[in-house]
Design a protein around this ligand. Structure first.
Ligand code: GRG
Length: 294
């Protein structure tokens, strides 16, 4: 199967899992569940669940079906987007090409839907991997570490603080990106590895690939914010410059940012190539992210 077809298959698999593992929109509280589904089923790229599924496949999906882990990661990612869009944070009106959750519903509902997605992620892991308690605990730990106060939330906190200070220096910027963006990408590959039954030594390679891929992904995100338009992105373009936010683009310039993204992506590919199994799809995915348009 070629890269594009394989990607389509994995995205469809992830979306089937999302539909199956979220509460029905009719279940009480219907408004809350409708808001959770609204945000989850708005058609994101599904990068993180695809990484979980593909990483698990490297090891033959030997230990457990990775689909529930893939959905759990997407729940946490989507909660972070819903909360990031709130007026008290980034205050945005558009996400995944549609009104943000607090615009489509209201602020309190969006806040609660984010809370509920975060909680649902861990319920999904407990329900789906309970037959293998060692695996369930390892998955919960990995996701909790990535999403917790030392990583995702720390990155978000420092990002908000840097905005208030009028910018971040390169070191502070690296901290923000390693945590706000790369942590969840790393966790996706590692959780895939856990479901696949990866040998202990493979975790470091998966983590390193995820870190570099996540950093490259963030630089591309900054480049797109600076150079693309709202319709193509499905979220408001040009926000960083308007907010006077320090990004890799504002600190290093467009050409240097592109070169950094290329180098990080090549680094991710090298780490992936050191892993067992057929890493062709994951290497192509890493390369394709350099030319993504949204
Ligand atoms: C609220 C705890 C908390 C964290 C928010 C996700 C986030 C952290 C902020 C959103 C802004 C941003 C640039 C985050 C960096 C990660 C990133 C590029 C997220 C967007 O991910 P995509 O492009 O989104 O994969 P889709 O919609 O395709 O899933």
């Amino acid at each position: 199967m070629d890269f594009a077809s394989e990607l389509q298959v994995l995205v469809a698999r992830a979306e089937g899992g999302i539909d199956r593992l979220l509460p029905a929109a009719s279940e009480p509280s219907a408004r809350l569940h409708a808001a959770m589904r609204y945000s989850m089923q708005a058609g994101g790229k599904r990068l993180r669940p695809v990484l979980v599924l593909a990483a698990s496949g490297l090891f033959g999906d030997r230990r457990a079906d990775p689909l529930a882990a893939a959905v759990a990661v997407e729940c946490v990612h989507t909660y972070s987007l819903v909360h990031d869009d709130l007026p008290c944070m980034d205050d945005d009106d558009l996400r995944r090409g549609r009104p943000t959750a607090h615009r489509a519903f209201d602020e309190a509902t969006a806040l609660l839907a984010g809370d509920a997605l975060l909680t649902r992620a861990f319920a999904i892991l407990a329900e789906s991997y309970g037959a293998d308690p060692g695996l369930a605990a390892a998955l919960v730990r990995e996701l909790a570490d990535a999403a917790g106060s030392r990583r995702l939330i720390a990155g978000q906190m420092e990002d908000l603080l840097a905005e208030g200070r009028g910018g971040a220096d390169p070191q502070a910027l690296r901290f923000i990106h390693e945590n706000k963006t790369a942590a969840m990408v790393e966790a996706s590959l590692v959780m895939g590895g856990l479901c696949g039954g990866a040998p202990a030594g493979a975790a470091a390679g998966l983590r390193d690939a995820g870190r570099q891929l996540g950093l490259a992904f963030q630089i591309i995100d900054d480049l797109l914010d600076a150079t693309s338009d709202t319709a193509t992105l499905g979220k408001t373009a040009g926000k960083d410059a308007r907010a006077g936010k320090a990004t890799v683009v504002s600190v290093h310039g467009i050409d240097a940012a592109r070169a950094m993204a290329r180098e990080l992506s090549q680094g991710a590919v090298s780490s992936l190539k050191g892993l067992p199994g057929d890493t062709g799809f994951l290497c192509s995915l890493a390369q394709s992210l350099l030319s993504r348009t949204h």
